[in-house]
Design a protein around this ligand. Sequence first.
Ligand code: NAP
Length: 306
Amino acid sequence: MPGIWHILGAGSLGNLWATRLARAGVPMRLVLRNAERLADYQAHGSSLTLVENGMARQVFIAAQTLDNPEPIERLLVACKAYDAEQAVAQLAPRLAENAEVILLQNGLGSQDSVAARLPHARCIFASSTEGAFRESDWRVVFAGHGYTWLGDASHPAPPSFLKTLDDSGIPHEWTPDIVTRLWRKLALNCAINPLTVLHDCRNGGLLEHHCEVATLCAELTVLLECCGQPAAALDLHSEVLRVIQATAANYSSMYQDVANGRRTEISHLLGYACVAASRHQCPVPHLQHLHKRLITHLASKGLRTD
Ligand code: NAP
């Protein structure tokens, strides 16, 4: 059947996309990690529930495991950054020639690792400001409306599925500057998220640490320029302050991961920035110190540090 979407990663963001696409009648399969997860999903009625503005809506969606033989033409990868490469590698034999693969991962690094595994697919990178969380398995809450930017640094022509996103009410924009957007978001994340963990505060709590924030922003600005991303560096400090104020009452995603004893995406955020700085011989002593402090903190909580 042409036009089927396969959704790899039935977590918060994967379910948010899946339910909206399914509501619009888009043919789709959830791809679950193993027979146990599939059995659990089937025991829950083979349906996902999307809670939006306090209203819960159940959507029935077919599911399968990674080793199902069905060919894949369009794959939405909604795993965490640290799982994406391995999960996609398991699906690689099922991908049709010129398949489209949409990568929703935050941070940087995982997109290139996935693309390297799939030389015959078209990898489309995404950066999203939408927010969702899993209330329980197979039930997701749409927590923050936002926007998803999509782009393909090597082929500027937009893919045909953007019309499907329009029809599904998924706010999006095709951009030639997706890599710049991902760098910009990574820089915002590096300036805010680790400090909220280390100072044990909401985003707004960083207003009491403005010198530390300013120092990190200065280093991140130089780093972005060293990495050939001057557009991502423009007025970074002002935007970081704007985001801190606009989201003052929120806990950052990294804060929530740590608070819930979950692995963070540190390697694809601050870790990626520090590795890029070393590669470009760009001195970032405060970022490196922050990285070390964060690793020590995660280890003290018994969490993975990679
Ligand atoms: P999540 O809720 O943890 O969901 C990840 C899903 O991937 C889980 O359902 C997990 O399966 C699945 N998975 C992992 N390895 C798999 C494998 N080998 N085969 C099949 N499924 C596999 O994560 P998330 O919050 O949706 O985040 C996904 C990405 O989107 C992250 O990079 C995140 O930073 C980014 N993002 C998230 C949001 C948001 O609001 N949530 C917003 C913007 C960006 P199990 O359920 O079996 O563990």
